[in-house]
Design a protein around this ligand. Structure first.
Ligand SMILES: C[S@@+](CC[C@H](N)C(=O)[O-])C[C@H]1O[C@@H](n2cnc3c(N)ncnc32)[C@H](O)[C@@H]1O
Length: 254
């Protein structure tokens, strides 16, 4: 009943935002992208995946004990303007979204959480039910239904390494487009660790095997994927854990 009600509210808002973008007619929910189905079905689309991955210690293990540090890095960069709107592009296992929503709630701000997989959104709705400032939206990161400049800040946490280059470029471009001029866009993702990193030899075959697009982020700086038609300025670029992870913070320019 609850989920019926929220999906009706979701459809109504999508119709409104699509109308604002000049699209008329019924909203088409996005379909599952091929890369997600083929490469990540076991992690995000299978009903048993939640049983395994939806635990903070598992997420923390996958990130070699860095989940808290990476989460705190994002929270520290979050702007707390009164009653602002933030967007998180794609669900994340563990406590990340709840902590972000709590932080935003301190200033009466709201969070939209977008994902292309309805099974992920259902899980997030259950997990985050107590957070009244989160709205759940069924959308594709490479083609968001929001009008330009809808959000004061946007967070993309470990999504880009899972996407093929053309989708990654579109995701970054959409994240910038829906953020208002002066607003922040925060990307956290993999990066090539330094030459002496003890896990370099371990991570390379793991990523090759399980996350085939991730090596792009070892070989290419994130800035190389930025669109040329949406001006933005780099605020900071930080590396964590010997360079295995990066956080790029941009501010959209007028
Ligand atoms: C953010 S990423 C990985 C996060 C991290 N590895 C974790 O701990 O969950 C995983 C999410 O991205 C979503 N996703 C993948 N491609 C997407 C797209 N094109 N649009 C929106 N969500 C997408 C998946 O459905 C999944 O819920």
């Amino acid at each position: 009943m609850n989920s019926d009600r929220s999906s009706l509210a979701e459809k109504q808002e999508i119709i409104a935002i699509e109308a604002a973008r000049g699209h008329h007619g019924p909203h088409q929910p996005p379909s599952i992208p091929t890369y997600l189905q083929d490469t990540y079905w076991w992690a995000y689309l299978h009903e048993k995946s939640f049983w395994f991955f939806e635990r903070e210690w598992v997420v923390n293990l996958i990130l070699w004990g860095n989940m808290r540090r990476l989460t705190e890095g994002v929270l520290a960069d979050t702007q707390l303007s009164p009653r602002s709107r933030a967007l998180q592009v794609a669900c994340v296992y563990g406590k990340f979204t709840g902590l972000l929503a709590d932080r935003l709630n301190q200033s009466g701000s709201k969070l939209d959480l977008v994902d292309v997989a309805s099974i992920q959104l259902e899980n997030a709705r259950r997990k985050l039910a107590r957070h009244r400032n989160i709205s759940f939206r069924h959308q594709d990161s490479s083609s968001l239904a929001y009008p330009d400049a809808t959000f004061d800040q946007t967070v993309v946490f470990f999504l880009l390494h899972e996407q093929p280059e053309n989708v990654r470029r579109q995701t970054i471009s959409e994240a910038l487009r829906v953020t208002r001029p002066g607003g922040k866009i925060i990307f956290v993702d993999y990066h090539k660790p330094s030459a002496w990193h003890p896990l370099r030899l371990v991570m390379k075959p793991i990523l090759h095997w399980l996350e085939p697009f991730a090596m792009d982020l070892w070989n290419t700086p994130l800035a190389a994927y930025l669109p040329t038609d949406i001006p933005c300025k780099e605020v900071s670029l930080d590396y964590t854990f010997g360079g295995l992870y990066q956080k790029l913070v941009l501010v959209r320019q007028p």
